[in-house]
Ligand binder design. Structure first.
Ligand code: C5P
Ligand code: MG
Length: 192
């Protein structure tokens, strides 16, 4: 038996991954780990040898090498003392997936992939309005175009990979957070 159970949470930028993860944590008691948040934290950590590399990828909407991201995730999982995780924004490309399988397949079982499917216009609107207060370096039109390109060119293939393994629950994500959470609950309740 693997030590950890993991739900991956995927979807475009602004699809509502973080918002729905907070809801899930409140009602179902998973530990939420956002790959993007962990990378932003590492970027800020004084003395981090990866700060600049992470900064460049975030601005360009490209994907940080998996050795960095996966070690941050692994450490956060170990330090939590818990065994059920929502991992949000990972794996985002083939490198992420390969690195995860190599490092984590012995200790973690992926029990489901939640895919928040949201029209591009809605994603763009949400990120631009979040950008007014988020202070994020990548919630602007230029970075967003690149993030959406990465999503279409690299992340969709990972979702397909998990769909072929019958692990994907697709959720329509264009409505408000309460409406979307009703669908999320159906999936999570089935997993209990
Ligand atoms: O998920 P979030 O929108 O917070 O991710 C922000 C950025 O962090 C991504 O556009 C990407 O540059 C970086 N990231 C990454 N690898 C991941 C998750 C996020 O490189 N698995
Ligand atoms: Mg997020």
């Amino acid at each position: 038996m693997a030590k950890y159970n993991v739900i991956f949470v995927l979807g475009g930028p602004g699809a509502g991954k973080g918002t729905q993860c907070e809801n899930i944590v409140r009602e179902y008691g998973y530990v939420h780990l956002s790959a993007g948040d962990l990378l932003r934290e590492e970027r800020q950590r004084p003395g981090s040898q990866f700060g600049e590399e992470i900064e460049t990828h975030i601005k360009n909407g490209t994907i940080v090498p998996v050795q960095i991201t996966c070690s941050l995730l692994k450490r956060a999982m170990e330090n939590s003392g818990k065994d059920r995780f929502l991992i949000d924004g990972f794996p985002r490309n083939q490198d992420n997936l390969d690195g995860w399988n190599k490092e984590m397949s012995d200790v973690a079982t992926v029990i489901r992939v939640l895919f928040f499917n949201c029209p591009e216009e809605v994603c763009v609107d949400r990120c631009l309005s979040r950008g007014k207060t988020s202070g994020r370096a990548d919630d602007n039109e230029e970075s967003l175009k690149k993030r959406i390109k990465t999503y279409n060119e690299s992340t969709m293939a990972i979702i397909e990979h998990y769909r072929n393994l019958n692990l994907v629950s697709e959720i329509k994500a264009e409505h408000g957070p309460e409406t979307v959470f009703e669908d999320v609950k159906k999936v999570l309740t089935d997993l209990q």
